[in-house]
Design a protein around this ligand. Sequence first.
Ligand code: OAD
Length: 231
Amino acid sequence: MKHIVVLTGAGMSAESGIATFRDSGGLWEQHAIEDVATPEGFQRNPQLVLDFYNERRKAAFGAKPNKGHIGLAEMESDYKISIITQNVDNLHERAGSTNVIHLHGELNKVRSTADPSLIYTLTSDKPEINIGDKCEKGSQLRPHIVWFGEAVPMIEKAAEITQQADILVVIGTSLNVYPAAGLINYTKQNTPIYLIDPKEVKTNIKSIHFIQKGASEGVEELREILKLKYS
Ligand code: OAD
């Protein structure tokens, strides 16, 4: 069985109604990164940060996996699939993918500000945390999100998996944020790389197979290409 590693970004969930970051109208046009996605921002105005993630968490709970997520989950019957996602929603899991690594954390989880091993899962009936919501040791809870300036604990595992790929697929990421964007350089030499995005994405890789489509149609086309090549 071929091992396909899939690196996904916000564009993967765009057709599920979740806003991307850097497209026009994207989240970083409406919010300053340093205010809502850094440890310093949280120190300055914790409720603003909690509100930002509360809103996003509610949107994610209300969203459904799109055909792209579902197509990737279905591919598990023909390939070994490892998904490495920068997304903090759980739409890959809800579509049925069984092997998902979250590089930038998970929206439906929160953790203690004093003890990062104390992680709690929120549900759609209580999707918010606010100032005063505390862990069992009495410290304020924060989103289980990797903010800018924080370490990316899953990056080494993700790099190891990328090294093992027979095929790399990149979907819906502008490849602007490191270290995630650097993963594409971890593939073995001559590993085919497919990139699905409606817009051109700049990379340092010369021989990329570019599928210029949205995630749903792009995954469908990818499956046809792979079927012709490998079955
Ligand atoms: P970006 O918003 O930077 O890029 C989204 C990409 O998705 C762009 O290349 C779009 O062209 C593409 N796109 C838009 N609609 C699409 C569709 N229907 N199907 C497929 N692709 C589509 O998002 P990311 O690259 O994921 O991190 O951003 C990386 C990180 O920056 C995020 O994880 C987040 C953000 O700041 C943190 O918050 C730590």
